[in-house]
Design a protein around this ligand. Structure first.
Ligand code: SF4
Ligand code: SF4
Length: 439
């Protein structure tokens, strides 16, 4: 049987974007493990492809997670429209495991929404799934749990948008974004922008030499004048100027906010109202700390095309910086049953609204082994402290060899995840931020 310590030594982190060390999560006790297979970021498909093509390994990862946390129930939350994936998975599930079919809505992959949709349990504001007896894991994280004690050295990445053949690659960690884009045939437009992590919650990357990390889920290539690219380029000044002048307090952002629909006290229209009192939104709106930054309000719900998400995010950042916590916030979990069902945002509508309807919405797994000659492995690819190199320039390393480990705090490894060589070669550079290996 695998142990939590072996998973720690394998460097497994949440592969869905957050990068929380998995061994910490699996140290808790829960009655249910929920696998997040919703993958609701438009055009990304790596989780479905992984279930489809690595089914047994994925199921083994779920079984191990259940065993470690003492869960008797394992739930795979997946959108009901992915029929071939569901049909492949269902016969492979073992005792205690089940599939929960989700509506095609955004953001059903938000873990608070997922836990409610899968189990009918509402995680309280500021809480974690464990508060309702649940551990949530991403599909690829479960895969990496199954592969342990072999360390995490590869990453599944969907590459989509204006590329020759959208697809999902399995690349060594530290591969450059450029190599991923070239591997699917390159870009098909003259002046591309690169969105890393997903159209809704990702960011624009201008340096394609940046590496794929343990949390990189996708690369979407779009024209510079595309809605998504333009919106991600709004700066704070524009958010404030436009928000102050154009917000009519219609409250649509609040009425459709998924966290508000769960009964959490997040009300983005109030955050927008605070803009009217001064230019930097210094009137704090405490409920903003419960915003999951899904961008639904900014990209879809607001009829004026304003940016409530970033107003919430700015408020939230300042509140956390000032260590202002809202003790015992009001919580109305019954709202989920009353409102959620009628106010889901269909993904198809979202895709149309943000201008992605013209792109192939598929990314089949391309199982080729890329001949990657150089990788750059950041020392922090996870939540927690950066790792400390245990190799020196000139050392020769093999795939899977430990190259950086969690620093010690009071004699124990700090929160974080060890890092291993993803290709065989020579350590050619060590900086404060990363380690480079050349084949
Ligand atoms: S930000 Fe948009 S949706 Fe929200 S209250 Fe203002 S105008 Fe309405
Ligand atoms: S980004 Fe907007 S819709 Fe999403 S949780 Fe925050 S306030 Fe709600």
């Amino acid at each position: 049987m695998i142990t939590v310590e072996q998973i720690a030594l394998a460097g497994v982190v949440g592969a869905g974007g957050a990068g929380f060390p998995t061994h910490i999560k699996l140290s808790g006790k829960a009655d249910t493990v929920v696998i997040n297979a919703a993958e609701c970021e438009p055009l990304l498909h790596k989780d479905k492809e992984l279930i489809l093509h690595r089914t047994e390994i994925f199921v083994e990862g779920l079984a191990r997670a259940m065993q470690l946390v003492g869960a008797t129930r394992g739930v795979v939350g997946i959108k009901k429209k992915y029929v071939p994936v569901i049909e492949t998975l269902r016969p492979k599930l073992v005792s205690g495991m089940e599939i929960v079919l989700l509506d095609d809505a955004y953001p059903s992959g938000d873990e608070f929404i997922l836990v409610y949709e899968s189990l009918g349990r509402v995680i309280p504001p500021g809480g974690i799934p464990l508060a309702v007896g649940v551990v949530v894991m991403n599909v690829e994280t479960a895969y990496n749990v199954a592969v342990a004690p072999n360390p995490v050295t590869k990453k599944f990445v969907s590459v989509a948008g204006s590329v020759e053949h959208s697809g999902t690659l399995c690349v060594p960690l530290g591969t450059s974004l450029r190599e991923c884009v070239n591997a699917v045939g390159g870009v098909t437009i003259a002046d591309p922008a690169f969105v890393v992590g997903g159209a809704m919650m990702g960011y624009i990357e201008t340096d394609l030499s940046k590496p794929v990390t343990k949390t990189t889920g996708g690369i979407i290539v779009l024209p510079q004048d595309h809605f998504v690219v333009q919106r991600k380029r709004w700066d704070w000044k524009k958010t404030v100027r436009v928000g102050r002048t154009a917000c009519d307090q219609c409250s649509f952002c609040t009425e459709l906010c998924p966290r508000n629909l769960l009964g959490h006290p997040i009300e983005p229209h109030r955050a927008m109202r605070s803009l009217g009192f001064n230019l930097s939104a210094r009137s704090d709106v405490p409920g903003t700390v419960f915003c999951c930054e899904c961008n639904l309000c900014s990209y879809c719900s607001c009829p004026e095309g304003l940016d409530p998400k970033n107003v919430c995010a700015e408020n939230k950042r300042r509140l956390l910086e000032n260590k202002q916590r809202w003790e015992n916030p009001p919580f109305r979990p019954e709202r989920a049953n009353q409102q959620m069902i009628n106010r889901k945002t269909p993904t198809t509508r979202l895709i149309q609204k943000i201008g992605l309807a013209g792109y192939p919405n598929k990314a089949p797994l391309d199982d080729r082994q890329l001949d990657v000659r150089n990788v750059v492995l950041p020392l922090r690819q996870h939540i927690g402290a950066p790792c400390v190199p245990v190799v020196q320039t000139g050392n020769i390393v093999h795939v899977g060899q430990l190259i950086a480990e969690r620093p010690l705090t009071n004699g124990k490894p700090a929160l974080g995840a060890d890092i291993h060589a993803s290709i065989a070669g020579t350590i050619t550079e060590i900086t404060q931020e990363s380690i480079r290996i050349s084949a």
